[in-house]
Ligand binder design. Sequence first.
Ligand code: FE2
Length: 429
Amino acid sequence: MDTVIKEARLTGRDGLVDIGIEDGVIVAIEPRLSGREEIPARGNLVSPSFYEIHIHLDAILTEGDPRPNESGSLWEGIAIWAERVKRLTPEDIRGRVMKALPWFVAHGVTHIRSHVDVCDPKLTALRALLAIKREVADLIDIQLVAFPQLAVYSFEGGEDLMREAISLGVDVVGGIPHYEITREYGVEQIRYVMRLAHEAGLPVDVHCDETDDDHSRFLETLAAETIRLGMGGRVAASHTTAMHSYNNAYADKIIGNLRRAGLHVICNPPDNAVLQGRFDHYPIRRGLTRVRELLAAGVNVAAGHDSVMDPWYPMGCGDPLHTAFVLLHLGHMSGRADRRHLFPMLTARPAAIWHNRRVTGEEGLAGHGVAVGNPADLIVWPVPTEDDALRTLPPRRFVLKRGRVVAETRPGTTTVRGAPVHFLREAAS
Ligand code: FE2
C-alpha cells in the first residue's frame, strides 16, 4: 500500500485500526497493515477532513483597513467594506488569500466554498479568485459562489453582473434577498437566482434571511422554487437567522417544507453570534437558526465560519473547530446526543452540500468519511476523541488530502514544575 495510518481510533468503533491508502483512496481499514509510508496515530483520533462550507475569501484579513469596526455591528461592517472594496486589486486579493489558505489547510480543511462579491462592474475579486483556485488545486479545492452583496434589483446592473459571473465560471449561484429594498424585489431575486442556476446547471447557495426581523421570510420562496424546479439536494440556504425569531407555528411549517424540498441549511455561529441581536435590549437574542430542530426534522445542516479577520468579524484563524465550539454553546448542543452532530456538521454534512447530494436524516451522508472506497481526506489528531478535540482545540498532527500529507504540526511539550501537561484526563500516549 502507498500509505498506512497506524493505530487509528475511529469515532463509533471500538479498538484501534490501521488505515490503508492507495491512489488517494482508503482501500482497507483493519489491524496490522503495512505500507511504503507509515503515519503514526498512536491511538489517537483520525477523522475525515473539514469542508469550510461558508467563507468570504475576498474580504479575508482586511480587519482594521481602512478603519476598525468600532461598534462591531453588521451595518458599520458593510460601510467599512464599501470603502475597502474600492481599493481591491488582484495583487491585494492574492496577497491576503495566499496568506490565509495555509491557515485553513493547517487546520484540516481540504475543501473551501467562498462567496465572492460580484457587485463590481470589473469583477476584480472573482477574476483573481478564479486564478487562485486553479493555482492551489493540489492543496485545497475551492468552490466560488457569485454573491451579490448589494443585492440584484436594488443595485444598478445587478442582473447582468450575475450573468457575467456565471459566464466567467463560478461554481455556485448566490443571493441575498433580504437586502433588497422591498419584499417583492427579494422574492423576485430568489426566482431570478433559481432560474439562472437551473439554466446553467449550477447549484445555489443563498444568504437567506440573515436578520433578526421575524417578517423576513424568503426561505419559504426558496423552498417552493426548489420543489418546483426539482432541485432538491442542489440548493442551500446560509444563515437563516430570522428563523430564530419566527413564531413556533411558522417555524414548524417552514422546517417541514425544507425537508420536503431537500434543501440544505448552513449556519454561521461565530459571525451571527456577534452580528445578531444588535437592536435588542435585554433579553438579547442569540440569532442562531434552529439547528437542533432542523436536524431533528431530518434537514441537512452544516456549519461555516463566514469570516476570518474582516470588517464583520475580527477574530479567527481558519479553524472550523472554532465554529463548532461556538455552536455547541449558542445552539445548546452540549448534551451527548447533540454533540455527536458537531463533527459531521464540519465534515459529512457540508460534503453532501458540496457534492449536491440530497440528505434526509443520516441518509445521503456516506460519501465522505473514514470508510473503504472514500477519498483519503483525513485529519490525524493528537487527542483520542472528538470531545477532546472540541475541548482543547489542538493543532492537527497530520492533514491528508487524497492520501498525501499537506500539513504537519510537530508536537510541542508544555511542562509545569518539570512535569508534562497534556490536558487529557487519561494518560496521553
Ligand atoms: Fe456570509
